[in-house]
Design a protein around this ligand. Structure first.
Ligand SMILES: Cc1cc2nc3c(=O)[nH]c(=O)nc-3n(C[C@H](O)[C@H](O)[C@H](O)COP(=O)(O)OP(=O)(O)OC[C@H]3O[C@@H](n4cnc5c(N)ncnc54)[C@H](O)[C@@H]3O)c2cc1C
Length: 381
C-alpha cells in the first residue's frame, strides 16, 4: 500500500465520520442503540475486510494503515471500531490457521460483512486465565457437541459467527493442549442469554452466549486439528492489542482536541482558561501523551507488518495508549469544569469509554508483566 492509497482510504473515512457519525454518535450512545446505518456504510467502505487478504475479497491493509483507521474512527466514536475489530481477529485466525476449505468458505463472507461476528473466549469464571475455560466440546460422529457459557462477547447479539474457544480434552496437561477453536455459527443450541449493561462502550452489543448441546460440524474446527485453540487465540492478540492501542490514541486525541477548543472559549477571571498555567500544564501533558501513544502504536504496527515478533511492542502500545486515553479523558472532564460532567459534551463519554481499553485484549496489569518477561527473555544476563 502506498501513501496515496492510504490517504485515499483515510479521506473517505474522514468524510463519512464528519457527515454521518459525528452528528449522530451522542444520541445513539445515549440510547445505547446499535448503529445499523453506520454498519451498512462500514460494509461499503470495506471495513469488515480491512485486514483480510485481497485474494479473499478483503482490503488486505497492513496493520499500520489499519491502526490509523481505528484511531481516526475512535476519535469520533470508539464503539464503532469494536464492531469490526473482534470480527477481524476471528478472520485472522481463519486466514492464518484455517484449512483451505475454511478460508474459501468463510473469508469472502467475512470480508463483505455478510457474515459478521467476533471472538468468544471469556467465560463467567475466567478471562485472563483463559486456560481455565470450562466450555466443553465432545466429538460425536461428524459433529462436536458443545456445552458451556461465554460472556462479554462483543457483537454477541448482532453477529452470527464466532471463533469459539473450548476444551476438547479437559484433563490435558499442560492445559492448553486440550483447547480447540471452532467457527460457531448461530443455530439450534446456541443462544444469547443476556445483553450486558455497561458503563460506556455503548451502541455495540456485548452479550452472554449459552451453548446447550450445540452441534458444530467437525469441518468448522479451525485448522482441522484439536489442541491448537489456545495458540490460535493468542496468535490474534498482537493485532488485537495494536487495535486497542489505536482506539486509545483516538480517544486520547479526542479528549485533547475538545479541551484545546474549550479552553480558548471558556473565560474565568477575565481571560480564557487556556491562559491559566494550571490548564496549560494539563494540555501540555495531554498532548505529549497523545504523541507518545501514537508513536508506540506506529512502532508496534511497523514491527507486526515486518513479520517481527512484537508482543512486547504491542503490549507497550496497548498499555500506554489506553492509560493515555483514561488520563486524558479525566483531564478533559476537569478542564470542562461542570460541563465536563454534563451529557451535553462528549468528554464524559470518553471518560466512560476509556477504562474498557485498560481491560480488553489483556488487562494492563498483564501487559506490564508481558513487557517485563520479554525484557528479561531478550536481555539474558
Ligand atoms: C466491554 C467488554 C467487551 C469484551 N469483549 C470480549 C469479547 O469480544 N470476547 C471475549 O472473549 N472477551 C471479551 N471481553 C472480556 C475481557 O477480555 C476480559 O474481561 C478480560 O480479559 C479480563 O478478564 P476478567 O474480566 O475475567 O478479569 P480477571 O481475569 O478475573 O482479572 C481480574 C483482575 O485480576 C488481574 N489479574 C488476573 N490475573 C493476574 C495475574 N496473573 N497477575 C496479575 N494480575 C492478574 C487482572 O489484571 C484484573 O485486574 C470483554 C470485556 C468487556 C468489559
Amino acid at each position: 500500500m502506498n501513501a496515496a492509497e492510504e490517504t485515499q482510504i483515510l479521506d473517505a473515512i474522514a468524510k463519512w465520520l464528519e457527515r454521518d457519525v459525528r452528528p449522530k454518535a451522542r444520541e445513539l450512545e445515549k440510547k445505547d442503540e446499535y448503529p445499523e446505518a453506520m454498519v451498512q456504510t462500514m460494509k461499503e467502505l470495506g471495513l469488515f475486510g480491512a485486514t483480510i487478504p485481497q485474494e479473499y475479497g478483503g482490503l488486505g491493509l497492513p496493520a499500520s494503515t489499519y491502526a490509523k483507521i481505528v484511531a481516526q474512527i475512535s476519535e469520533v466514536w470508539m464503539s464503532l471500531t469494536g464492531i469490526f475489530n473482534s470480527h477481524l481477529i476471528m478472520a485472522a485466525a481463519v486466514a492464518r490457521y484455517g484449512t483451505d476449505a475454511q478460508k474459501k468458505r468463510f473469508l469472502p463472507k467475512f470480508a463483505s460483512g455478510e457474515i459478521r461476528g467476533g471472538l468468544a473466549l471469556t467465560e463467567p469464571d475466567c478471562g485472563t486465565d483463559l486456560q481455565a475455560i470450562r466450555t466443553r466440546a465432545v466429538k460425536d460422529g461428524k459433529d462436536y457437541v458443545v456445552n458451556g457459557t461465554k460472556t462479554w462477547i462483543s457483537n454477541g447479539i448482532k453477529g452470527s459467527c464466532f471463533a469459539l474457544l473450548v476444551k476438547t480434552d479437559p484433563a490435558a496437561s499442560p492445559r492448553h493442549k486440550g483447547m480447540t477453536m471452532f467457527l460457531a455459527e448461530k443455530g439450534k443450541g446456541f443462544r444469547v442469554s443476556k445483553k450486558m449493561e455497561k458503563l460506556g462502550y455503548k451502541g455495540i452489543d456485548s452479550a452472554e452466549l449459552i451453548f446447550e448441546d450445540y452441534r458444530v460440524p467437525a469441518e468448522n474446527l479451525i485448522g482441522g486439528e484439536e489442541g491448537k485453540g489456545f495458540h490460535h487465540a493468542i496468535g490474534g492478540l498482537e493485532l488485537g492489542r495494536i487495535n486497542v492501542a489505536a482506539r486509545g490514541v483516538g480517544v486520547a486525541y479526542a479528549a485533547l482536541k475538545d479541551s484545546v477548543a474549550y479552553a480558548q472559549v471558556r473565560k474565568t477571571f477575565g481571560k480564557p482558561i487556556c491562559e491559566h498555567q494550571a490548564i496549560q500544564l494539563k494540555l501540555g501533558e495531554m498532548a505529549t501523551r497523545c504523541e507518545a501513544a501514537r508513536l508506540l502504536v506506529e512502532n508496534a504496527a511497523r514491527a507486526y507488518d515486518a513479520g517481527e515478533r512484537c508482543d512486547m511492542e504491542a503490549g507497550m502500545a496497548k498499555y500506554f495508549a489506553s492509560e493515555a486515553a483514561l488520563e486524558n479523558s479525566i483531564e478533559a472532564v476537569r478542564i470542562h469544569g461542570g460541563y465536563g460532567y454534563s451529557t451535553e459534551f462528549n468528554v464524559e463519554r470518553y471518560y466512560r469509554d476509556a477504562p474498557l481499553m485498560c481491560i480488553g485484549e489483556g488487562t494492563n496489569e498483564m501487559q506490564r508483566i508481558i513487557i517485563a518477561k520479554q525484557l528479561i527473555a531478550r536481555n539474558p544476563a
